[in-house]
Design a protein. Structure first.
Length: 398
């Protein structure tokens, strides 16, 4: 579990801020950039960011928006055109039919999650998060004054929670369940029948809202269509917020566009907060995201194949090293590497992460994700970089 930053907890910040730590993924990425600017040769596999160029038609749409003077405030939750494009994405790619009025657009999926949780949590509320989890989920929950309830998962169980585990964890104070499929940092991907089994439990617990973070849906290596709770259990859709975006699928991380759909009361609540935070998502980025959702999607299959090949390369290389192992992730572009046998040598996974950094590879320790004794590799880097990083990891641990 992450600890609040010592410098911050000593400073006159709010009690809410003192409860949280900086993002471990962005902190390691910043550190890698800093070391590079000092002339060090660092390969960063710390951040989940596709290395592919943003598609040409998306970049052209952003340029056209600038040339057309599309540089003003927009509606708080996004332009009408943007909301329609997001609704098209939810229907076509996730199987969720939703009117544009139940869609909102924000500065990355992260802001949608932040607003949804801040808008609904009260002190004492509990939020169920399958662990290992994405670094920002528990920090946002703590910032909102609510309690994180970890639902531990392991490689043997595919890093997925079971219906029985969910049923045992729910209390009258449970406000949210956070689901992420395919998941960061494990790649865990829920098949439809498992989502329906979770749905059965949720039906019996009407106080629980569900956040389904589907940002990695286009990056699935399992056969069949993507499964998501709101589509598998439409009767539950009135309490499911589904979050998606263009960052991962369309290599648009810097544009900062996330989309969410859910019940109208929640969308309104999120937009009320957004009206006082960022005001609206960037006008130029919205034009680019419309092109991403409405334009050709055929390149996605090619990107997915390249990611799959990289995944296989990383999994094989890691599993060939003494003391390291990783299961084959079903989706996203991360491997959760177990390094437990190396802990007698390094002490903990933060020390191992530092050791790897000294050998020129930036990764994020498993403890940043509510895991332990391991690290996450992002394989969203080109093949030559991955091969060199794997050589450096081998040299560092053997
Ligand atoms: N979601 C990506 C990651 O986990 C980007 C960085 C972040 O927002 O955490 O690496």
């Amino acid at each position: 579990m992450t600890k609040p930053d010592a410098h911050i907890s000593a400073a006159p910040v709010s009690a809410a801020l003192a409860r949280i730590a900086p993002s471990r993924t962005t902190a390691m990425t910043d550190r890698a950039m800093e070391l590079r600017s000092e002339g060090k040769d660092i390969i960063s596999l710390s951040v989940g960011e596709p290395d592919f160029a943003t598609p040409v038609h998306v970049v052209a749409a952003a340029k056209a928006a600038l040339d057309a003077g599309d540089t003003r405030y927009t509606a708080v939750g996004g332009t009408a055109r943007m909301k329609q494009a997001a609704a098209l994405h939810f229907a076509r790619d996730l199987g969720i039919e939703v009117p544009a009025a139940q869609v909102t657009v924000s500065a990355g999926g992260k802001q949608a999650i932040f607003h949804a949780l801040l808008a609904t949590l009260n002190p004492g509320d509990e939020v169920l998060i399958p662990a290992p989890w994405w670094v920002s989920y528990p920090e946002i929950v703590r910032f909102a004054g609510a309690e994180v309830v970890a639902l531990p998962t392991d490689a043997a169980g595919g890093f997925r929670i079971s219906a029985a585990q969910l049923a045992a964890a729910i209390t009258p104070r449970t406000r949210w369940l956070l689901l992420n499929s395919p998941g960061n940092p494990t790649g865990a991907t829920y098949p439809p029948e498992e989502l329906r089994a979770l749905g059965e439990v949720l039906r019996a617990n009407p106080q629980v809202l569900v956040m389904s973070d589907d940002i990695y849906a286009p990056l699935r290596y399992t056969p069949g269509a993507h499964a998501t709770l709101a589509a598998e259990c439409p009767d539950l859709a009135p309490r499911v917020l589904t979050v998606s975006g263009v960052s991962k699928s369309h290599a648009m991380t810097g544009f900062r566009i996330g989309v969410a759909c859910g019940p109208q009361w929640l969308i309104r609540a999120m937009e009320t907060l957004q009206s006082h935070s960022s005001g609206n998502p960037c006008s130029i980025s919205q034009a680019a995201a419309v092109a991403a959702f409405e334009g050709p999607q055929d390149f996605l299959a090619d990107w997915r194949n390249r990611f799959r090949a990289r995944r296989d390369r990383v999994v094989a290389a890691i599993n060939a090293l003494p003391g390291l192992s990783t299961p084959v992730p079903d989706g996203a572009f991360y491997c959760m590497v177990d390094a437990a046998p190396l802990m007698s040598r390094f002490g903990n996974d933060d020390a191992l992460a530092l050791h790897l950094l000294e050998h020129g590879v930036a990764i994020v320790a498993a403890s940043g994700f509510g895991g332990k004794d391991g690290f996450r590799i992002s394989f969203a880097a080109d093949e030559a970089q991955l091969d060199e990083a794997l050589r450096r990891i081998a040299a560092a641990v053997t």
